[in-house]
Design a protein around this ligand. Sequence first.
Ligand SMILES: Cc1ncc(COP(=O)(O)O)c(C=O)c1O
Length: 428
Amino acid sequence: MASSTPLARLLEERSSGRVVKHLAAILDQLPNSYCQLESLGRHECVIRGRRMLNFNAINYLGLEQHPEMIASAQQALATWGTLAGSSRAAAEVGLYEKLESKIAEKIGVESVIVYPTVTLANHGVIPLLMRKRSLLLTDQEVHNSVQRAAIEAKGAGATLGSFIHDDFTQLEQILEAQRGQHSHAMIALDGVYSMAGTYLNLPRYEAIAKKYDAMLYIDDAHGFGVVGPEGRGIVSHYGSNYDNTIYVASLEKGLASLGGFVAVPQAARDYFRYNSYTYTFSGQLPPPYLASALTAMEILEREKGARLTRLHELIGRVKTEVQEIGFEVIGEDHPFPLVMVKVGEFENIPEVSQFFYDEGVHILTVGFPVIPQSRGAMVRISLSATHADSQIDRLMAAFRKLHAKLNPSRTQQDSRECLADTASSVAA
Ligand SMILES: Cc1ncc(COP(=O)(O)O)c(C=O)c1O
């Protein structure tokens, strides 16, 4: 790379750092990371010419190939074209009003505002609310987009702090020391932690918020559509309310569309619309996504929870079988369709990733820095209500084979014990 311009010098410096090189060396060995999908079907995909079972995509309710979803997106394309071409602050596609009312009605709030993505919702809302005289505390495992928005809030004058994931003692210590010097305090959390598949402990956080006169900010990107009665999200799961909570969620993971929304009181709606920069200065969602989000909600309403019932069946089956095979499952008690399986230590990651590729299974293998170092190597199974039983059979067969590969002596011992048991029962 030429080092003659400031840009070239900057890029050379950045891309030759030790951490970057280390990451690249690992990622280069992972056939299931940063790869290209050559085609995508119903839980199948083609990567480097190989047909694979797909347990990597997040489409919990399996709506992404639903004929009504595709038809409504096509209809919206025919009616509105590919793009409205302006920010919502200028003029918005009429579908917004219907979609926002439907979401607000579903979760039981006065009003919601839809943004093009959850990231843009987080950036639109967090630095708007948290500025001078504000204390913003983030869980260390809250989604990256919340952490980045928090840095923006710091730039706007907020005091920023973070605490170890779910370390209530540390959180209280920080609040004890700092709450008095600030007019407002907000604790930022995820509704479901996507690298653990675990639910937010809302009752504990609500109690702390009440004790220290703070509010909560919950990014429930994964929970909406899936968690709680009729998939109304994490707040509804706990039978709580939105009086002291800013609730943000996604139209992607459960609804197979695009976009993020924030629940706001009607009286504050215009405050957000006129002041949040990612509302005013970003473009709006393309019409097909507004239409397919609406259609997804209509399908789910009509089906009365059938997809959630099926999803829970699959979650139960996979968690039980993976543990029976001999692997540790994280967040065992949380019935969430991201199943995190400990498969070894950090050094095992390339071997495990290659193993699943060779078995024809597209699945996420993660380690540090995506998850804390102490968790070693994990495989994340992403389940969907429309995975077929035969696809789960194949996945479980792959996990059985992986267990035998990683624990050869244990497996030989198991089969010896099994043979001995059989011999003694035959003798009896
Ligand atoms: C908790 C959480 N928040 C935000 C996002 C970002 O969502 P978007 O792609 O809509 O910006 C994700 C993405 O996976 C997420 O898991």
